[in-house]
Write a protein that binds this ligand. Structure first.
Ligand code: FAD
Ligand code: MLT
Ligand code: ZN
Length: 462
């Protein structure tokens, strides 16, 4: 860090918010999975949009690239440095306005945690449409930048569907503010939704205007044992037509349940072990339990089911699904793939995974694959454990990634359904996007960040 740049950064945010000591910068330099890390030249922690603007201007002047970071729960290495960048941490931008009852919207600073946003919405009798297991750490800015999905996409859509406005600082320090929250506004390009999935490459999000959804406090959750993915899918198709209150449908398998039981010390959900399970949730203002029980009673796919109509029981069932990510990480650094295929072809895709992954891990005796995901969107998380950390592990990991992502391409799917491309999947972007699309994306990037200051190497190759 040059003395000149350091002085400019200190002028913007004060000495105590320019971190250089490795004991302070460490947690900003490694991602949640432990797979991606690099040394930053420093970490800066602005507390306002104006400070973000000053910091970006200073970095642009000195041609020092910037890595943008929210809660650092991203799973594709997009928010951590490679080496020598300034890490811009947005967690101090945590202003959360009162809910605007007239519009049913709220304005949140980029650093507001998802759980804080949910609590604010619920206190006002509403709710926020996106939910995911990293809710206590993931920030509004990161959620929008990755266009996060999660467990309620089936009912309310991804982040892109929740956003009505944003404030963003471009690489040269220019501030664009569009926070009026007009639900209908056809005055040209929609720069706000362009930020969804931009992964910090187009600008730094500092505030977001979000729409809220009705609060549906009465919930029924069922863990349903099924034979395989095809039966889970036909069960879901049936429930779509019979229960209007369906809000989540998550697919897990025996291997994942065994892992989370061991890791979190959970009891067996059933006396018998079954090959696969569909966790379904219905949410409404009136208790949806009877409707769900009745609907499940008519479904031949159900091998067994356990249903919770109270909050504690529902939480207990959700743990079989939600602790997957933590349990996987507790077993080692995973190869993590987040793919989707057209949902009707998901059973065939899952059946073909072992043959695709096998050749890349023939001489790795401890390799094992844990699959789970968001069934409604055909979005499956493929986690391969026991490879990274062995000799030649990174090369094998690349072979596994290449095999799975090519299979995804063959099925007309996407190489990233919700986590983003980050640094982890950049080289495979061409499997999901045509050369013409990549050229258009590159043109947009160059227009807004001509020097390539923001998150270089993330999403698009340098
Ligand atoms: P970070 O990890 O800090 O950053 C992620 C990306 O966004 C980076 O490219 C970064 O540069 C960019 N970014 C961050 N803040 C800003 C900003 N203010 N302006 C511009 N760019 C910015 N994801 C899902 O989609 N669905 C899930 O179900 C889900 N479950 C998860 C469960 C667990 C246990 C964990 C650890 C992660 C999970 N994730 C999930 C991934 C992760 O939580 C999301 O990607 C989340 O949106 C990241 O938010 P963050 O604030 O941590 O962002
Ligand atoms: C999830 O659905 O739990 C997440 O996207 C996290 C993961 O893939 O591990
Ligand atoms: Zn997910």
């Amino acid at each position: 860090l040059s003395t000149e740049l350091r002085s400019a950064l200190v002028r913007a945010v004060g000495e105590e918010h320019v971190l250089v000591d490795p004991s302070l910068t460490g947690s900003y330099e490694t991602d949640w999975t432990g797979r991606f890390s690099g040394r930053a030249c420093c970490v800066v922690r602005p507390a306002s949009t104006d400070q973000v603007s000053q910091l970006l201007r200073a970095c642009a002047d000195k041609h020092v690239p910037v890595v943008v970071q929210g809660g650092n729960t991203g799973l594709v290495g997009g928010g951590v440095p490679v080496g020598g960048e300034v890490v811009l941490s947005l967690t101090r931008l945590a202003d959360l306005e009162d809910v605007d009852q007239a519009s049913g919207q709220v304005t949140a600073g980029a650093g507001v945690r998802l759980s804080a946003l949910q609590a604010q919405a619920r206190a006002a009798g509403l709710d926020f449409g996106v939910d995911l297991a990293a809710r206590d750490s993931a920030t509004v800015g990161g959620l929008l930048a990755t266009n996060a999905g999660g467990i309620r996409v089936l009912r309310f859509g991804s982040m892109r569907e929740q956003v009505l406005g944003a404030e963003v600082v471009l690489a040269d320090g220019t501030v664009l503010t569009r926070l009026s929250g007009l639900p209908k506004d056809n005055t040209g390009y929609d720069l706000v939704t362009l930020l969804a999935g931009s992964e910090g490459t187009l600008g730094v999000i500092t505030r977001v205007r979000l729409k809220l959804v009705p609060q549906l406090p009465a919930r029924a959750v069922a863990l349903v044992a099924v034979e395989n993915t095809a039966s889970a899918l036909s069960l879901l198709a049936r429930l779509r037509t019979t229960v209007a209150t369906l809000s989540a449908a998550e697919l897990i398998f025996a291997s994942g349940v065994a892992l989370v039981r061991e890791s979190a010390g959970l009891a067996a959900p059933f006396q018998e072990e079954y090959p696969a399970y569909l966790l379904v949730e219905c949410a409404d203002r009136a208790d949806p339990t009877d409707a769900l029980v009745e609907a499940l009673g008519d479904c031949p796919e159900v091998l067994d089911a356990t249903i919770a109509g109270d909050a504690a029981g529902a939480r207990a069932l959700w743990r079989y699904r939600e602790t997957h990510t933590e349990a996987i990480n507790a077993s080692g650094v995973p190869i993590k793939l987040d793919v989707a295929v057209p949902v009707a072809r998901l059973p065939e895709f899952i059946d073909r995974l072992p043959a695709a992954i096998g050749p890349a891990v023939t001489d790795v005796p401890d390799a094992r694959t844990i699959v789970f995901g968001h069934l409604n969107e055909g979005n499956i998380h493929v986690n391969v454990l026991g490879v990274i950390g062995t000799s030649g592990g990174e090369d094998r990991a690349e072979a596994v990634e290449d095999a799975v992502l090519r299979l995804v391409g063959e099925f007309g799917g996407t190489i990233s359904s919700e986590h983003g491309v980050g640094r982890a999947k950049t080289r495979w972007l061409g499997l999901s996007r045509t050369p013409a699309e990549i050229a258009a994306m590159t043109a947009i990037k160059r227009a807004l960040d001509p020097e390539g200051q923001l998150n270089p190497g993330v999403l698009l190759s340098r």
